[in-house]
Design a protein around this ligand. Structure first.
Ligand code: FEC
Length: 307
């Protein structure tokens, strides 16, 4: 039988412990150490979410294992999954090295994020391609799956359920808004003719239509703390504007993310919830996909389309 096809499953990565936060943050900042203030702020956010545990690691591990199971079910014996993280161990290059060690010569790379941007998916795929070439592996990459019918269905079901939860909590459903959100990027992304914004709007529109949601907007979240301007408006600003316009209930649908992690459990569940309380807004968010079966089918089918 022909050798297995390697599947490099890539995710953002998270520290392994509280002591590892500085190394992680320095890697995100491309080798520049964060200031004490920045480091303390990030440590405080991790401590606030679950007291020093890092949920993204567990979810990524489970997603990789579940994708392996799904591929095995669809094409027995054909694929072998490897994990590669952008900012933590095992790094993308470690994942490719593990593939080479297992004798893989053909591979597909896929990222646990649905929308393409040169600054996000593009940079994962580029690092994977460089490592694969050095290891003598022929690799192709899945660029996006933001309009895959099964991913859209999984999010639509969550939006419908979220609106129902909101209806139970809020008396004024005519003043409700669904806010689709994703990680902001530096504004200079607009000069790169990047599809990120357009893809996010395209999936927001498709989900709103399928969920029969009339009042919806898109907003950015989790902008980085750098000196350059980031895409806005941010979730917190959007909430304040909507309150001024009379909106009293909001469902946040963070469609740019697929797991429970810091940007969900701190930025939305703690920070945005506190702001909502101040503004007198009832705030709910959709549940995250993690290893949802429809999401696993989306990933498996996207991989199988390439090899
Ligand atoms: O739970 C966790 O431990 C990790 C949560 C996490 C996810 C995530 C996803 C994305 N990021 C994206 C872009 C940027 C850019 C910068 C940046 C900075 C950070 C910092 C932390 C962090 N990100 Fe992140 N991101 C997560 C966590 N991110 C922590 C550093 C402190 C801070 O700014 O809050 C700025 C880099 C720089 O300084 O130059 C740009 C994008 C995604 C979504 C796609 C993906 O998952 O890859 C885009 C999850």
């Amino acid at each position: 039988m022909q050798g297995k096809i390697g599947v490099l499953v890539m995710s953002y990565g998270t520290p392994e412990s509280l002591d590892d936060i500085e190394t992680y943050y320095t890697h995100i900042r491309r080798g520049r150490k964060p200031s004490d203030e920045q480091l303390n702020d990030l440590t405080m956010r991790y401590e606030a979410i679950v007291g020093g545990v890092f949920p993204l690691r567990e979810h990524t591990n489970l997603q990789v294992a579940s994708l392996q199971d799904k591929l095995e079910q669809l094409a027995p014996g054909r694929y072998q999954c490897f994990q590669g993280l952008k900012h933590a161990r095992p790094y993308i290059e470690d994942g490719v090295a593990a593939m080479a060690k297992a004798g893989i010569t053909e591979a597909v790379a896929i990222v646990l994020a649905p929308h393409y941007s040169t600054m996000s998916i593009g940079s994962y795929l580029e690092r994977a391609a460089v490592a694969a070439e050095q290891a003598g592996i022929t690799m192709s990459g899945v660029k996006q799956y933001h309009m895959h019918p099964k991913w859209l269905q999984a999010i639509t079901e969550r939006v419908v359920a979220g609106v129902e939860r909101l209806e139970k909590r809020s008396a004024e459903m005519d003043k409700t808004m669904v806010l689709f959100s994703a990680h902001s990027l530096p504004v200079r992304i607009r000069e790169l003719d990047d599809p990120y914004e357009q893809q996010l709007l395209q999936s927001s529109e498709a989900i709103a239509q399928a969920a029969n949601v009339k009042n919806w907007q898109f907003t950015w979240q989790s902008a980085g703390q750098t000196h350059e301007p980031w895409l806005g408006p941010d979730l917190l600003e959007t909430m304040a504007t909507l309150r001024d316009e009379g909106v009293t209930a909001i469902l946040v649908a963070p469609i740019g993310f697929v797991s429970d992690h810091l940007e969900i459990m701190y930025d939305i569940d703690i920070e945005a919830q506190a702001e909502a309380k101040k503004l007198g807004i009832t705030l709910e968010r959709i549940t995250m996909l993690n290893s949802d079966p429809l999401y696993m089918e989306t990933l498996a089918e996207s991989v199988m389309e390439l090899k």
